[in-house]
Design a protein around this ligand. Structure first.
Ligand SMILES: Cc1cc2nc3c(=O)[nH]c(=O)nc-3n(C[C@H](O)[C@H](O)[C@H](O)COP(=O)(O)OP(=O)(O)OC[C@H]3O[C@@H](n4cnc5c(N)ncnc54)[C@H](O)[C@@H]3O)c2cc1C
Length: 622
């Protein structure tokens, strides 16, 4: 057949086929909204007016909370064929962004889903001996403990689940625990006195000595309480931070054990009446001395709870912008990577009832780029695991060194040092260093992550929890493409280019680099006294890999003062009868900066929750 004949036959055939089959045309529609650490993007695939696929991406969302929430919300949207689905507990910021983006994507796809009408629910009244406001880490423990001590308990929780930020936490501080005795016998090495003095000393003696003493003394009992409530807990193989390698391991881990699923059983067993999706708005005192909590329910009806005692377990104020700006200062607040959270209404309720304002602090913990840095599957595979966790050259926004980079041995300490530079800083490595990191035969990368992984951070099955060197250079380089796009990094051919990225004077940066190289070569850092073992990497020939790291702020700490029975205090240090505070709401455990004691946040939450439950129950039944 001639070529033209073949073509016309094919044309006829294809026309014939197209007469009988109408191919389903799939279109995709995307929209974005701002989440935790950048945009959350929702993409809908639409075929014949039906959504056939939903993807939600957000490289800057936290892995444990937002990262886990995104596929759940995507599935809900797909099933409901609607953007009006529930948010995921504990991942409010990511959920809100994803749902708002989904609403826009549905509109741009021309899919007009009617927003369900909000019908105001009934107004309700309830009575209890003890009302726990906020059923997060401390509140859940407080509620169960109060109920076990004979109180009728109501729990108010604005999200749809128990545990709050405790779901993201991995471990708690404790000394003299049954697990330590199993490991060390009765020779613990360090003791209650050591830890009390250490924690109190870290506050410059401005902290709440009696409360710190109570926390240390009661921590072992809290571990026992956790175990008694069927929550698996194990002692870390090594201290979590290299800075503490020569100390007794105090970090008791519960990761991967779903602690609050177990606590839910005890909530049920002890008839604790938890009102989920309910936001506590105001607290007043009735004439008879009892407390009245006014709440808004998910259906917009009100719930008014009358109780003899109140435990305020609302987890401080990380989601309240004005308070966070007060705690961090405007510049740092804007620069830092803040994991949001509770809105501060709990503290306001306490202030409204005469509580003295305590110090407002933030939980500075680590430094990282805004783009996600998960070892497997995140946008960044390996680069920032090394550039942000190795004692290489760190400079501030002036292009000058500002710390002994060995501080990286403790995530809290170096986070504070970076905070003092305005909330962000930069690392610089040259090509030769990257080649060494990528070289299989070069075993010691000097990365702290490497040490953690090899020695400390094993999970309960003995598996490595995080990435360790040697790295793939290909991954490292492609990571820098991600960092460059997000504005968190650059591959600079010259130090002038690096200085332009940092925004500093190039002569200052060159002098910093020259001085630093001389310290590495002589093995002696006269400027900040970095140890010789960390003086490993000069910065000589481009290309230079520059990473910008921001302070990670895990939450907020403090707000009110309480005595060792967790009773809230007035300005004159008088007890406000029947009013208790727990967990992150408490000032005085850390002062100026989050304490560098492994697991002190969760430990405070669980111990103060457990004890407040006992004391509030006792008070209510008097
Ligand atoms: C990612 C991450 C990892 C962490 N890892 C660790 C760790 O390994 N070790 C450690 O020691 N600490 C860790 N922490 C800190 C630790 O999780 C907190 O210190 C602890 O959860 C504080 O407990 P809390 O009860 O005070 O607050 P939360 O656990 O945050 O609970 C507060 C609860 O109150 C609810 N709430 C707030 N306001 C209202 C209101 N008005 N009405 C109704 N409900 C309300 C909230 O929804 C929430 O459920 C981590 C924190 C984060 C974010």
């Amino acid at each position: 057949m001639k070529r033209t004949t073949i073509l016309s036959v094919l044309l006829c055939l294809s026309l014939l086929v197209s007469m009988f089959t109408v191919p389903a045309m799939a279109d995709s529609f995307s929209a974005t909204e701002e989440g935790f650490g950048g945009d959350v993007k929702v993409t809908l695939t639409v075929e014949e007016g039906k959504v056939t696929e939903v993807t939600i991406e957000g490289a800057g969302e936290t892995e444990a909370l937002g990262g886990a929430a995104m596929p759940v919300i995507a599935e809900e949207i797909l099933t409901a064929q609607s953007p009006y689905v529930d948010a995921v507990t504990g991942a409010t910021v990511t959920s809100t962004a994803a749902l708002a983006a989904a609403e826009k994507a549905f509109a741009s796809a021309g899919l007009n889903v009617e927003k369900p009408e909000e019908i105001k629910g009934e107004d309700e009244e309830a009575e209890a001996d003890v009302v726990v406001i906020g059923m997060g880490a401390s509140g859940t423990f407080a509620a169960v403990s109060a109920a076990e001590n004979g109180a009728k308990v109501i729990g108010i929780e604005m999200t749809s689940g128990l545990g709050g930020m405790g779901n993201a936490a991995q471990g708690m501080f404790a000394i003299d625990s049954v697990l330590q005795h199993e490991r060390y016998g009765d020779d613990l090495g360090t003791d209650e006195q050591y830890w009390f003095e250490h924690i109190f000393d870290r506050t410059q003696y401005l902290g709440n000595g009696k409360l710190i003493r109570t926390l240390v003394a009661e921590s072992a009992e809290t571990v026992q309480y956790v175990l008694d409530h069927d929550i698996a807990m194990y002692l870390s193989a090594m201290p979590q931070q290299i800075a503490h390698f020569d100390e007794t391991v105090v970090y008791h881990r519960w990761n991967n054990t779903q602690p609050f699923v177990h606590m839910a059983e005890y909530i049920e067993k002890n008839n604790v009446d938890v009102r989920f999706g309910t936001h506590a708005d105001a607290l007043t005192k009735a004439e008879d001395g009892s407390w009245v909590v006014t709440c808004t329910k998910a259906d917009n009806g009100t719930l008014t709870v009358h109780a003899k005692a109140v435990i305020m377990a609302t987890g401080s104020f990380a989601g309240n912008e004005a308070m966070m700006r007060e705690a961090l200062g405007d510049d740092v607040y804007e620069a830092a990577f803040v994991i949001g959270g509770c809105d501060g209404t709990g503290l306001q309720m306490l202030y409204d009832n005469g509580a003295a304002k305590g110090e407002l602090l933030t939980m500075n913990h680590g430094v990282g780029p805004r783009a996600a840095s998960t070892p497997d599957g995140g946008a960044i595979k390996v680069a920032t695991q090394l550039t942000m966790n190795t004692p290489i050259l760190w400079v501030n926004r002036q292009g000058e060194r500002f710390m002994n980079e060995d501080l990286l041995k403790d995530t809290v300490e170096f986070s504070s040092a970076v905070l003092a530079q305005g909330g962000y800083a930069y690392t610089i490595v040259d090509e030769a260093t990257v080649n060494r990191w990528a070289d299989d035969s070069y075993e010691n990368t000097g990365s702290w992550i490497h040490y953690w992984d090899q020695n400390g951070m094993l999970d309960e099955n003995g598996e490595h929890t995080i990435y360790h060197a040697p790295i793939s250079k290909e991954d490292f380089v492609s990571d820098f493409a991600v960092l460059t796009e997000s504005g968190d990094g650059i591959v600079a051919n010259t130090l002038e280019e690096a200085a332009a990225f940092i925004g500093c004077d190039s002569e200052v940066l060159k002098t910093t680099v020259e001085n630093y190289n001389s310290y590495v070569k002589s093995g002696k850092d006269d400027e900040f006294f970095k140890s010789a073992e960390s003086l490993l990497w000069t910065v000589e020939e481009g290309p230079f890999y520059v990473t910008k790291g921001y302070n990670a702020v895990l939450g907020a700490l403090g707000g009110v003062n309480a005595n060792e029975k967790l009773e809230v205090l007035t300005k004159e240090d008088h007890v406000i009868p029947g009013l208790y505070a727990t967990g992150n709401n408490l000032s005085g455990i850390s002062v100026a900066a989050y304490g560098n004691v492994e697991g002190v946040g969760l430990s405070t939450a669980l111990t103060t929750g457990r004890l407040a439950g006992v004391y509030a129950a006792e008070y209510a039944q008097k």
